[in-house]
Design a protein around this ligand. Structure first.
Ligand SMILES: NC(=O)c1ccc[n+]([C@@H]2O[C@H](COP(=O)([O-])OP(=O)(O)OC[C@H]3O[C@@H](n4cnc5c(N)ncnc54)[C@H](O)[C@@H]3O)[C@@H](O)[C@H]2O)c1
Ligand SMILES: O=C(O)C(=O)C[C@]1(C(=O)O)C=C[C@@H](O)C=C1
Length: 377
C-alpha cells in the first residue's frame, strides 16, 4: 500500500513528466512538480500534469515524503546541496538517472544522514525528450532498478518496491556498481554504436546513402536521435565501464576484419550464428527477474486493422495481454505479433480464441501451431 502523502518530482521532462502522469493515475497522493525550464512549467500547469507546480525547489520539496529526481545526473550535487536543509527528517529521495554510482556518491556526500536515498533507474525511455514526449504508461512492464547500499533500511526498499510495482514495473535490486557495469554493455555501448553508425553514413555527405537507409539502418540508429547533452553526460559519468566495453568492441572489430581479409567464411558464419541465437532468445532474457512469460507469436498480414482483430478477439475472450510487440512487419507483407501473458491459463485461452478466428501462431517454445492443429485439440 502507498503511504506517501506528497511525492515531489524534480524535472518534468520525458521521464519526470511520465512519472508524474503515472503517479497521478495510480497513486492516491498529492503530486508536486518543479522544473527550471519556464516553458515546461507552463505546459505542466496548462495540462494539470501535477497537483501543484512549485515556484522554486525549496517549496517543492519542503513537505514531500518522497522526492524523485528526474533531471540529468550531473545536476544532482547542486540539487542535493540545496534540498538537504529543507527536507523533513525521514524524507525519502530517489532518482531516475541512468548511471547509479555517481548518484549514490552525490547523495552520500550532500544529503543529511536522516534522509534516506535509494537510487532508481527505470529501464524504459525513448529517444525523444521533454514533457511533450511523456506518457503515463512508460513504466508498464519495464524493469525498474533500485540500487540500495548496505546502510539502506529494508523498509525503505520495500516502500519503493511497492510504488514501482503499482506503476506496473518490475523492481530489481542491484548493487550500484554492478548496475553501471550491466548498463554500460546493454544501454550505453548500444547508444554509442548507434551514434557511430549514424556518423559513418552521415559523415559521407552522400545523398544516395542517406536516401537508401532501410529499416535495418533505422532500427539500429533510432536511439542516436537521443539528446546529445544527456548522453554525453551518461558516457562521461560511466566512462570507466564504457571504456572496458570499448576495448572489447575493438577486439571484436579486429576479429571481424581479420576474418574478412582472410576470407574465413566459417568464422564469420559461426560469429553470425552466435549473434542470431542470442538475439532470437532475447524476449525470454531476464526471466530470472520477471515472472514467467507465456508468449505467442501470431502471424498477421501487415495491413490496417490486423492488430485490432487480434486484440478484439482476445478482449472478447476476456484475456489480459501483458505485453504486445510487432515484429518484422513491413508494409504489405506478413509479420508477427508477439503477445505475452502472465499465466499458462491466459495463454491457453488466447490460443483457443485465436484458433477460433483462423489465426496461425507459434508458441515461444518454438513449436509451430496453426489453426488446424489447435482446433483439432
Ligand atoms: N531518456 C531516457 O530514455 C531515459 C531513460 C531512463 C532514465 N533516464 C534518466 O532520466 C533523467 C531525465 O531524462 P529525460 O530523458 O527525462 O530528460 P529531459 O531532458 O526530457 O528532461 C529533463 C528535465 O529536467 C529539467 N531540469 C534540468 N535541470 C534541472 C534542475 N536543476 N532543476 C529542475 N529541473 C531541471 C529540464 O528542464 C527538463 O525538463 C536523466 O537522468 C536520464 O539519465 C532517461
Ligand atoms: O528505448 C530507448 O529509446 C532508450 O534509449 C531507453 C534506454 C535503454 O533501453 O537503453 C535508454 C537509457 C535509459 O537509461 C534507459 C532506457
Amino acid at each position: 500500500m502507498n503511504d506517501f502523502h506528497q511525492i515531489t518530482v524534480i524535472g518534468l521532462g520525458l521521464m519526470g513528466g511520465s512519472m508524474a502522469m503515472a503517479l497521478k493515475e495510480r497513486i492516491p497522493c498529492k503530486v508536486v512538480g518543479y522544473d527550471t525550464h519556464p516553458e515546461t512549467c507552463r505546459l505542466a500547469r496548462e495540462t494539470a500534469l501535477v497537483d501543484q507546480v512549485a515556484e522554486n525547489m525549496a517549496a517543492a520539496v519542503a513537505q514531500a515524503d518522497l522526492v524523485i529526481l528526474a533531471t540529468p545526473v550531473g545536476s544532482y550535487t547542486t540539487l542535493f546541496e540545496a534540498m538537504a536543509p529543507v527536507l523533513k527528517p525521514g524524507t525519502m529521495v530517489t532518482d531516475l538517472g541512468s548511471v547509479k554510482v555517481p548518484a549514490m556518491t552525490a547523495a552520500t556526500e550532500y544529503l543529511l544522514p536522516e534522509t534516506v536515498f535509494v537510487g532508481g533507474h527505470p529501464l524504459a525511455g525513448s529517444e525523444k525528450g521533454g514533457l511533450p514526449a511523456a506518457t503515463p504508461t512508460l513504466f508498464e512492464n519495464a524493469y525498474y532498478f533500485l540500487t540500495p547500499d548496505e546502510k539502506t533500511p529494508e523498509t525503505a526498499i520495500n516502500r519503493l518496491k511497492t510504488l514501482v510495482s503499482t506503476l506496473g514495473a518490475f523492481p530489481v535490486t542491484l548493487e550500484a556498481g554492478r548496475h553501471d557495469e550491466i548498463l554500460a554493455n546493454t544501454s550505453h555501448l548500444p547508444h554509442m554504436m548507434a551514434s557511430l553508425l549514424a556518423a559513418i553514413v552521415g559523415e559521407k555527405a552522400d545523398e544516395s546513402m542517406t536516401a537508401f537507409t532501410g529499416s535495418g539502418f533505422r532500427d539500429t540508429t533510432r536511439i542516436a536521435a537521443g539528446s546529445p547533452a544527456l548522453w554525453e553526460e551518461i558516457f562521461h559519468l560511466n566512462r570507466r565501464q564504457l571504456l572496458v566495453c570499448l576495448e572489447d568492441l575493438e577486439k571484436k572489430v579486429q576479429a571481424v576484419a581479420r576474418a574478412l581479409k582472410q576470407e574465413d567464411r566459417k568464422w564469420m558464419q559461426d560469429f553470425l550464428e552466435k549473434g542470431k541465437v542470442f538475439r532470437d532468445q532475447l524476449p525470454a532474457a531476464g526471466k530470472d527477474y520477471l515472472p514467467a512469460w507465456y508468449e505467442l507469436y501470431v502471424d498477421i498480414k501487415d495491413e490496417p486493422g490486423a492488430l485490432a482483430t487480434i486484440t478484439g478477439v482476445l478482449a472478447k475472450a476476456g484475456v489480459n495481454i501483458r505485453e504486445i510487440e510487432i515484429l518484422h512487419a513491413r508494409e504489405g507483407e506478413k509479420g508477427a505479433v508477439r503477445l505475452a501473458f502472465l499465466s499458462a491459463e491466459a495463454e491457453q485461452q488466447a490460443m483457443k480464441a485465436l484458433s477460433g478466428e483462423g489465426c496461425s501462431f507459434a508458441r515461444s517454445k518454438g513449436e509451430k501451431q496453426d489453426a488446424h492443429h489447435q482446433s483439432s485439440h
